[in-house]
Design a protein around this ligand. Structure first.
Ligand code: NAP
Length: 265
């Protein structure tokens, strides 16, 4: 049987593992061609070969370290020149944890470059074409960390607050032009993230965890409904609603305790 027609091109950063890989797999299942981006070229090649075989979509591997301005500029140029761009998923992100005063400041800066600066530049490259075509979507992966302060993960929480605010504002600027910008704000999701960020997984109770696949499916459904902010999981939506009305001093005190257990022990 011939393959169904392509729905356009999706660019996914951080596609070598976790939520990004789940986005690539789900989008291939929905017949999007893909550009997959991360540092680990071998993992991207494996993914690309699997998606070409199983889904019959075109997949281009674009290895890049998005903390490096030249690498971001090269990817931005590719995105700006792509007339079929239907979706950009700015997913690549890292967290650092510990007492800010003692953390390696170069790693903190690299985290801001990846989580914030790369996302801003890639979004800027994607939007003009989408607005001109009056179609397209951008999913910026933030976190529930965006809504609350994060003692012992201060830079991470601040980067995600930026991503959420930035995405909501852009959504208002472009939604009348047929473009949706979504801040995706997951809670704890089983990926390589905790291991890389040295976050204790035992500090988080079992039922709180979500799968990357569930996060991605919910995000894409919310994109279809043109939601500017999407928090996957009813338990996290309730938690975020509670944190919004609770006194801020109480929220900070609780999160200091949580942070000590999750990030310092
Ligand atoms: P993950 O499994 O560690 O995946 C992170 C991805 O980012 C990998 O593909 C990694 O690939 C890529 N990446 C890291 N540094 C990079 C760099 N310098 N340049 C290019 N790509 C880079 O973690 P994940 O959970 O899927 O994280 C995806 C996003 O979800 C992040 O933005 C994270 O903040 C957010 N998030 C995660 C959770 C959670 O609990 N897992 C919760 C809320 C939000 P390479 O190493 O090959 O470069």
């Amino acid at each position: 049987m011939p393959n169904p027609p392509s729905r356009g091109l999706a660019v996914v950063t951080g596609a070598s593992s976790g939520i990004g890989r789940a986005f690539a797999e789900e989008l291939a299942r929905h017949h999007y061609d893909l550009v997959v981006v991360a540092r680990d070229a071998a993992r991207l090649e494996d993914l690309a070969a699997r998606l070409r075989d199983r889904r019959g979509v075109a997949v281009t591997v674009h290895p890049a370290d998005l903390t490096q301005p030249e690498a971001v500029a090269a990817l931005a140029a590719r995105i700006a020149a792509e007339p079929r761009l239907a979706l950009l998923v700015n997913n690549a992100g890292v967290a650092t944890s510990g007492h800010f005063a003692t953390l390696d400041i170069d790693r903190e800066e690299a985290e801001i470059r990846l989580n914030v600066l790369a996302l801003v530049r890639l979004t800027h490259a994607a939007l003009p074409g989408m607005v001109e075509r009056r179609a397209g979507g951008i999913i910026n992966v933030a976190s529930i960390a965006a809504f609350v302060p994060g003692p012992f993960a201060a830079t991470y929480h601040a980067t995600k607050a930026f991503v959420t605010s930035f995405s909501e504002s852009l959504h208002e600027e472009v939604h009348s032009a047929g473009v949706t910008v979504q801040a995706l704000c997951p809670g704890f999701t089983r990926t390589e993230f905790q291991m890389r960020a040295k976050i204790s997984e035992t500090a988080v109770p079992g039922p709180a965890w979500m799968s990357a696949e569930a996060v991605v499916r919910g995000s894409l459904r919310a994109l279809d409904r043109r939601h500017a902010v999407y928090v996957p999981g009813m338990h996290y939506r309730l938690l975020m609603a509670t944190s919004r009305v609770a006194p801020r001093t109480l929220v900070r005190r609780i999160l200091t305790r949580v942070g000590r257990t999750a990030y310092l022990d």
